[in-house]
Design a protein around this ligand. Structure first.
Ligand code: FEO
Ligand code: CA
Ligand code: CA
Ligand code: CA
Length: 680
């Protein structure tokens, strides 16, 4: 999310802070790690029993990361920071612009216009705005022919329209087509792309091409899928919801579907009356919607309450007469089958309702449950995991009815929230009716059903004593050893209370936390992999000993490729780093960072050169979203909200200083000039 437009207000007013003298203890624990004891050793010391994991195939590698870890070695030199209207890649690489905002998917759309005059219909049939999470789905296993699924997080109204949004003297929206265009610029794009002679193109009019927008009708499944919670005048049966909004990070599944994550959706709705507990906990606005879409409610040309639905104030006698339930259909992980254009998107409510940043599955093991991790990106919010009721059968990965497989693994299961204790041990706290609260009761004292818990996931997590984090963003799972990494982007409002997992006050530069699952579903061990910082920050801030060529702030996008390289993207507004560089992407092979005793190590001054800067984005932009071709020869990333870019199809070509272009978020594809694997 843009640092320019998003204030992740502290909605969490709970007091989950049992760590009075925590800083002192945290410092002593870190000195243990510095003495050479990795997280596995901490786990054993604390009795969590990571050692017990060695009996399972999945975690044996965890304990010998040095010998059986990824053999891959980064083969590029870390690049300097940059502040250009262009992207920068290492020597020997090229970068191409593909599928910028407004690229037509089919002949129903006019070509994108430099004057901003494209219509709502054009937008519904073209790439959306502000690309974010992304995945490449190969066709027939190909690395030159596949489907890109791209999230569109939010919009820049100034760039979207010829001269910005049109408003009357009361600052109310007046033009229906403008508002429809804005709604259509949100959501997800599925687009076929092909590579010929090293250059990629969109395949216009391909049958896979389609848009899911802020207005597309979708299905909803899991605990919240019942009439009492979802009935609206548009959907009397409560079985349909309209639109997916603020699609930030993403995920995908072992069975070949795309997951899009609804992040800052509460701001699109308004309740000017009495808010429900879940609405006030999550931050539904009491006065305005983000872009004023509800201004046109009741307009004579309005269709199916397309604008009215954003006002969720109770006005009628019940849900047949107003949109009090509309927002109950938002805040979820949404599953899309990109391979079958006859299928609808499905909102999987069992994975919780909050400001989902991303969603990643843990190590997949035949006969064990499927696990998904997702962070809630606001200050002092939590980290969650979902564990399926049924165990994985690898044959399901080959089924064509992918959404039926999704229903099997994502509609029934248990949602947990993380508590990070200050000895390197963590506990996954279940969010079920019989879960014990910190007050000694159960969640059944507050909630009447699992659906109620899901609807107010964060409120339930408050009651069980979850650990408030510094804005959880993306998670990624190391294919070598199953360790889970999550970015905690920053939290400058942490002014008085730290905890072991969030140990810096005024955390303007963020950190990456890491954990490994323990013997059972409720135990884990954790440490902090790296702290973002400017190279010249004090040692108390630059704890990882970063230097000029890898200093970073506000880690956000995060993914492992199939070889065990972890790629980390930034969305930074902290002046400590903006003075040096635009947003960037770095790479490291965590499984190769080991201590003398062979345990996983954290980044520190003796190994920090293994963290290398690979990419720098253009002025004003955030670098976010990441995908690889199966052959690892093509790296796709997204450049979101650039200031004055792109100027040409060559992403590295700077916009001439005297020119102003209408900025367009775009996918950038990075290839090695010799066609080899990226990164090595
Ligand atoms: Fe949309 Fe938390 O970034
Ligand atoms: Ca961010
Ligand atoms: Ca973003
Ligand atoms: Ca993000």
């Amino acid at each position: 999310m843009s640092k320019d437009t998003f204030d992740p207000t502290k909605y969490n007013n709970s007091n989950n802070e049992p760590f009075a003298a925590v800083m002192e203890r945290e410092l002593s624990r870190r000195s243990i790690l510095r003495a050479g004891m990795g997280m596995a050793a901490v786990g054993m010391l604390s009795g969590v029993g990571l050692a017990g994991c060695s009996s399972s195939a999945t975690s044996s590698m965890t304990h010998s990361a040095g010998s059986t870890g990824a053999k891959v070695k980064l083969g590029f030199d870390s690049i300097a920071g940059a502040k250009l209207d262009a992207v920068v890649v290492p020597k020997g690489y090229s970068a191409q612009v593909l599928a910028p905002w407004g690229t037509p998917l089919n002949d129903l759309a006019q070509e994108w216009r430099t004057d901003g005059a494209n219509t709502a219909l054009d937008q519904a049939n073209s790439l959306g705005m502000h690309h974010d999470g992304m995945h490449y789905f190969p066709l027939n296993g190909s690395s030159t022919d596949g489907l890109l699924c791209i999230n569109h997080e939010y919009i820049d109204q100034k760039a979207l329209h010829p001269t910005g949004p049109t408003k009357d003297s009361n600052s109310l929206r007046t033009i229906l087509d403008e508002v429809r265009k804005e709604i259509n610029a949100h959501g997800v794009t599925v687009v076929r792309v092909q590579q010929t002679n090293g250059m990629w193109d969109v395949v216009k009019n391909d049958s896979h091409n389609r848009r899911f927008t802020g207005a597309t009708t979708m299905n909803i499944s899991g605990p919240v899928a019942n009439k009492a919670l979802l009935e609206t005048p548009f959907s009397p049966a409560g079985d349909k919801v309209r639109g997916t909004l603020n699609n930030c990070g993403n995920g995908y599944t072992p069975w070949g579907t795309y997951l899009t994550c609804e992040e800052n959706w509460p701001g699109y709705f308004v309740n000017t009356g009495t808010q429900t507990a879940d609405q006030s906990r999550i931050g539904i606005d009491a006065n305005n919607t983000r872009y004023g879409w509800d201004d046109l409610a009741g307009n004579a040309a309005e269709i199916d309450d397309e604008f009215k639905r954003f006002d969720i104030t109770e006005m009628g006698k019940d849900a047949t007469e107003d949109y009090r339930n509309e927002a109950n259909g938002h805040g979820y992980i949404v599953e899309i089958n990109p391979y079958d254009n006859s299928t609808s998107a499905v909102k999987r409510t069992a994975l919780g309702r909050f400001r989902h940043e991303g969603c990643v599955f843990g190590q997949v093991v035949e006969g064990k449950p499927i696990v998904f991790y997702s962070g809630h990106d606001s200050r002092f919010e939590y980290i969650y995991k979902f564990v399926s009721d049924v165990n994985w059968h690898a044959a399901d990965a080959g089924r064509d009815d992918r959404l039926a497989v999704g229903a099997k693994y994502m509609d029934q299961g248990t949602l947990f929230v993380a508590r990070f204790d200050d000895n390197g041990v963590g506990v996954w706290l279940p969010l079920t009716m019989d879960s014990t609260t910190t007050q000694g009761g159960t969640l059944a004292d507050t909630f009447s059903s699992l659906a109620g818990i899901i609807l107010n996931t964060a409120g339930a997590a408050d009651l069980v004593g979850a650990t408030p984090m510094d804005r959880p963003e993306w998670a990624a799972v190391d294919p070598v050893n199953g360790a889970v990494y999550m970015t905690l982007t920053n939290n400058t409002k942490r002014t008085t209370e730290t905890n072991a997992a969030n140990p810096r006050l005024n955390n303007s530069t963020g950190h990456i936390i890491r954990w490994q699952e323990g013997d059972n579903a409720t135990q884990f061990s954790w440490d902090i992999f790296v702290f973002g910082a400017a190279e010249d920050a004090s040692p108390e801030v630059n704890i990882s000993g970063l230097a000029e060529l890898n200093q970073f702030a506000s880690p956000d996008g995060l993914a492992f490729d199939a070889r065990g390289i972890m790629w980390m993207q930034t969305d930074n507004g902290a002046p400590e780093l903006t003075e040096y560089t635009n947003d960037q992407m770095l790479a490291v092979v965590p499984s190769q960072l080991t201590t003398d005793s062979g345990e996983l190590d954290t980044i520190n001054s003796s190994n920090q050169t293994e963290l290398k800067r690979f990419f720098v984005g253009p002025n004003g932009a955030e670098v976010t979203g990441l995908a690889f071709s199966p052959a690892q020869t093509d790296l796709f990333l997204n450049v979101q909200h650039p200031a004055n870019w792109p100027y040409s199809n060559d992403a590295t070509m700077a916009t001439p200083s005297h020119k102003a272009v209408r900025p367009r978020a775009a996918t950038v594809i990075i290839r090695k000039n010799d066609g080899g694997e990226v990164g090595i």
